[in-house]
Write a protein that binds this ligand. Structure first.
Ligand code: IMP
Ligand code: MG
Length: 171
């Protein structure tokens, strides 16, 4: 575990994260055996989870990035849309954390409009207690309590994204 930072309680260490990601990769490999997939990274929080997961998934794959904002009290907005055509392809959204479910709900509608062969969601962390919309991930690394976390891509006002471990963050 790296140095302690003020207001942060270690939650999931770098090594634990890698074990969780390896397990998720194995499940995906089994389920999509013989198929190719499109791995989709919603920016920015998923960058590290995405880059670790795709390198552990031994399947033919294309990757793509989308950027959706969901400011509190406002609707979701696309800052960067898909660059590849996903029609007829097996798409997996690789999301670092699901909270209210607004971002994923919006993203799933957007992708379904492009008629993929299938669409699943792989989330590193899930906070079901916070859910406002009926979204449930197909693959979940770890279910956590209703606490704000930072590190491993996740931020509080852009702080913490580069931390190697995940911390509970006292706001
Ligand atoms: P949702 O649309 O409410 O599900 O929010 C999902 C997005 O909010 C995630 O992809 C994160 O970018 C961000 N988010 C939700 N909870 C946390 C957290 O505990 N720490 C950091 N970012 C979070
Ligand atoms: Mg995200």
């Amino acid at each position: 575990m790296e140095q302690m930072r003020v207001g942060m309680i270690p939650s999931i260490s770098e090594d634990e994260i890698q074990d969780i990601v390896s397990d998720l990769a194995k499940q995906i490999e089994m389920d999509y055996h013989g198929k190719s997939v499109v791995m989709l990274c919603p920016l920015k929080g998923s960058v590290f989870f995405f880059s670790d997961l795709i390198r552990k998934v031994n399947l033919p794959q294309e990757i793509d990035f989308v950027h959706v904002t969901s400011p509190k009290g406002e609707g979701c907005r696309i800052l960067k849309d898909l660059a590849i055509d996903v029609q007829g392809k097996h798409v997996i959204i690789v999301e670092e954390i699901i909270d209210a479910g607004r971002t994923l709900s919006f993203l799933k509608s957007r992708i379904n409009a492009s008629h993929p062969a299938s669409l699943k969601v792989c989330a590193l962390l899930d906070k079901p207690a916070r859910r406002e919309l009926p979204i449930s991930p197909d693959y979940v690394g770890r279910t956590i309590e209703d606490r704000f976390v930072i590190g491993y891509g996740m931020d509080s006002e852009e702080i913490g994204r580069n931390y190697k471990d995940i911390f509970n963050f006292a706001q």
